[in-house]
Write a protein of this length. Structure first.
Ligand SMILES: Cc1cc2nc3c(=O)[nH]c(=O)nc-3n(C[C@H](O)[C@H](O)[C@H](O)COP(=O)(O)O)c2cc1C
Length: 224
């Protein structure tokens, strides 16, 4: 299986280590895993070029393109973030903003429906599940067929501080999820909610042509 990992932070803390634990459980070779650090990507400037013209016109396309290519080739997309102030890191949010043109309401990639998405977050106390829920929501709008999450309260500010008992609990969780993913790869079918939303977007693209670029894309895919 091929895996794309988007790290929502540049440092190798608890969230990074938790992600590596999951990678160790997956049935894949090292060369099948592509990991990206998004810290160097400029902030979305709201130019609308991607949505209204062409994604190649994004001022940060050169930095985004290799990540998007890896995501498109992957069977499993892992996106992680430490919990910062009850949410994802600012740089991860900006990364997602750069992907707005790929939302179902614009120009989704048809292959996403057969992929698995994984949202990972650690927190000192509270808020990890808020962050993973937000990541899963983004993946849903990319039309990813199946998503999982690992929110985890580490009660620590660094990986080394985490109590052994907590690390053991984490190991069990990660092993369990790794097993599920290994079974599911190649067999993902989009659920009812995703199919319903896709139909709604289809109706929207057929009816109100408020963005001709999106409309033409849907036509070209043979969806309308
Ligand atoms: C800017 C910042 C904001 C944070 N906000 C929260 C918070 O709202 N709630 C919380 O429980 N922990 C919070 N934390 C703690 C981290 O979520 C926690 O230590 C996490 O495991 C760090 O992951 P990392 O080692 O991958 O960076 C915050 C840490 C930082 C640096």
């Amino acid at each position: 299986m091929k895996v794309a990992v988007v790290h929502g932070q540049a440092h190798k803390g608890s969230t990074y280590h938790l992600t590596q634990m999951l990678l160790d459980e997956l049935d894949c070779n090292k060369e099948d895993v592509r990991e990206f650090n998004i810290n160097g990507i400029g902030q979305c400037v709201g130019c609308y070029n991607c949505i209204l013209k062409d994604e190649s016109l994004c001022p940060h396309r050169a930095q985004m393109a290799p990540i998007i290519e890896a995501i498109d080739q992957a069977d499993v997309i892992i996106i992680n973030t430490p919990n910062y102030c009850m949410g994802m890191t600012g740089q991860l949010k900006s990364f997602f903003d750069h992907m707005a043109y790929r939302w179902m309401s614009h120009r989704p990639n048809g292959n996403m429906k057969n992929k698995i998405g994984v949202a990972i977050s650690t927190t000192a106390g509270m808020g990890a599940s808020k962050a993973t829920k937000d990541i899963r929501n983004q993946l849903f709008w990319w039309a990813v067929g199946k998503t999982y999450q690992i929110p985890f309260a580490v009660s620590a500010f660094s990986w080394d501080q985490i109590a052994n008992k907590k690390k053991m609990k984490l190991t069990r969780k990660v092993k369990n999820l790794g097993w599920k993913i290994n079974q599911k790869v190649g067999y993902v079918r989009p659920g009812v909610k995703l199919r319903l939303f896709f139909q709604m977007m289809k109706k929207m693209q057929k009816g109100l042509v408020w963005n001709i670029v999106d409309h033409d894309y849907w036509e070209k895919q043979g969806w309308i």
